[in-house]
Design a protein around this ligand. Structure first.
Ligand SMILES: [Zn+2]
Length: 526
């Protein structure tokens, strides 16, 4: 009896082990990254669209370069931010190492401290291969950057402190919190690192560390050279920092300065990712970043949300000290991959969600993250197609599991937004006249709006009657028709809601509409 029992237990133990090892080997098979980039808009010359490019990478062909995470910087503020960042970075690289990704520690100018370390010896002993001459040099500009405006003025060195720190070279080694394993690489040489990449067939390169606007982008192993060399180079945008003094142009706070540099990189150099791709957790934020956080949920084709919302986010970051992040679906009206919104984890520490989504179904975990946000009593703003954001009009099978149906929320409009979308009027030559509703109370959302109203080129949505709990703010009217509500507030459980059926791409050019949206964000965050 006892023996049989033992065998039975052994069998269970073995089968558990088999299942576990199958899962582990499956998990190391590939790395899914969400590469965010900005591409020229086909519809608006000179403007850019923010897109997410989901890719599967082979970890064995992937490397992480940790740039200049020194023990000491000449700037006190920069040193403090590195100390803040380092434990999180160490966790992220340990996950990456377990997946089989090569870790390269590149604390420039500190090689003497590591001269006998096996990770340093590996770099020295790797035979150098024939490489383009420029790979050993700083890269100050790619050809495609010629004539562009750099997003911040960093000519003063970027120290934000008072009094300002004196520039010198106090660094001796990489900050000790970041563990170095013998199988890692230590090098600050573009030629060494590139030779290793060449020898090991590294195709994908993730840069993290400091400082984005200087070393991360420009060093011989930095983003510019890796992109120029034809690698799939990406910046891990939450595990980086900028040398930018907010008393210099464009006079935005430090973190908005970093965000501007990231936007430049996404537009002109290479895509960016977040640590979420390795951790499945919310992206890192510095402990000194006290700005409220707005997350835009965006998956829409008709109204150029992928251009207009990033432009609006830039305004919120630069002028209103609000941190902005995005969870992105693909901006196509059809196609198999559109029923997913990536990086929803960023909602977890958001103070406000802004939804501009049209007719999508979502995997259960993604829908749950939105519901969690609302259940926590956190506010939400719905723009235009948000009324039918989660109504795909038919069941959508999960592409990964045909027996499973993706989640929808057709009552989102009535329950959450307090609206009643039932189609829209056709486009009219004169547009839609927008005016403050007679019944509107003196809401802060209407502050600064012209009493004469404005004209929207977008077609008028039929949204009446609103929920009894809704408070109408703006109405829209076209010739020979009853007016319709176009902006209102509502409450879903404990969450404050603002909803508008406006949001046509040209609306964002109208000062009154822009003011309305800024007011709505400030109202929701109050
Ligand atoms: Zn300083």
């Amino acid at each position: 009896m006892g023996k049989r029992h033992l065998n039975h237990r052994k069998y269970i133990y073995l089968s558990t082990f088999v299942i576990l090892s199958v899962q582990i080997s499956f998990a190391t098979d590939s790395l899914t990254i969400n590469a965010r980039k900005r591409i020229p808009s086909e519809d608006a010359p000179g403007a850019y669209r923010m897109v997410n490019d989901k890719q599967a990478w082979n970890p064995a062909q992937t490397a992480i370069i940790i740039c200049d995470m020194w023990d000491q910087h000449w700037c006190r503020g920069a040193t403090a931010r590195v100390q803040d960042l380092a434990p999180v970075m160490n966790h992220v690289i340990s996950l990456a190492r377990n997946k089989g990704i090569l870790i390269v520690h590149a604390p420039s100018g500190c090689m003497e401290a590591y001269k006998d370390h096996p990770a340093r010896r590996q770099a020295i002993d790797t035979p150098k291969v024939a490489l383009p001459e420029w790979i050993g040099q700083w890269n100050h500009q790619l050809d495609r950057e010629k004539g562009l405006t750099w997003p911040v003025n960093q000519s003063d060195g970027g120290c934000d402190c008072k009094p300002q720190c004196r520039q010198h070279s106090p660094w001796k080694n990489q900050i000790h919190v970041i563990e170095i394993h013998n199988e890692d690489i230590i090098s600050d040489s573009g030629i060494e690192i590139s030779s290793i990449f060449d020898q090991r067939n590294i195709q994908n390169v993730i840069l993290m560390g400091v400082h984005t606007n200087m070393c991360v982008i420009g060093r011989p192993f930095g983003l510019r050279n890796m992109a120029r060399w034809g690698k799939n180079a990406v910046l891990m945008r939450d595990l980086t920092d900028t040398m930018y003094n907010s008393r210099s142009w464009p006079y935005v706070d430090h973190f908005a300065g970093t965000s501007r540099v990231i936007e430049y990189i996404e537009t002109h150099i290479c895509p960016t990712i977040t640590s979420t791709d390795l951790t499945s957790k919310v992206p890192f934020r510095f402990s000194t970043d006290h700005r409220p956080k707005v997350v835009f949920l965006m998956a829409e084709k008709e109204y150029h949300a992928d251009q207009r919302l990033p432009e609006f986010a830039r305004l919120l970051e630069d002028r209103y000290h609000i941190a902005c992040d995005f969870a992105l679906g693909i901006s196509k009206a059809d196609g198999p991959k559109r029923h997913s919104i990536e990086n929803m984890q960023t909602l977890r520490d958001a103070d406000l969600a802004i939804v501009f989504i049209r007719r999508r179904a979502l995997p259960d975990d993604q829908m749950l993250m939105l519901r969690d946000h609302l259940e926590a009593g956190k506010p939400l703003i719905g723009i235009r197609t948000a009324s039918h954001a989660f109504d795909a009009r038919a069941q959508v099978p999960d592409p990964d599991n045909k027996d499973h149906i993706l989640a929808q929320w057709p009552e989102f409009d009535k329950e959450v937004l307090g609206g009643n979308y039932n189609g829209h009027y056709g486009n009219t030559e004169k547009g839609t006249r927008i005016a403050i509703a007679e019944t509107a109370s003196s809401s802060s959302i209407l502050k600064g709006l012209s009493v004469h109203g404005f004209i929207s080129e977008g077609s008028l949505y039929r949204s009446s009657p609103l929920s009894e709990k809704a408070a109408m703010l703006l109405i829209g009217q076209i010739t020979d028709q009853e007016p319709e509500p176009v902006a209102w507030t509502h409450r879903y459980k404990k969450a404050n809601i603002f909803s508008t059926s406006l949001g046509h791409w040209n609306d964002w050019e109208i000062p009154d509409f822009q003011q309305l949206m800024i007011n709505a964000v400030l109202w929701a965050l109050q």
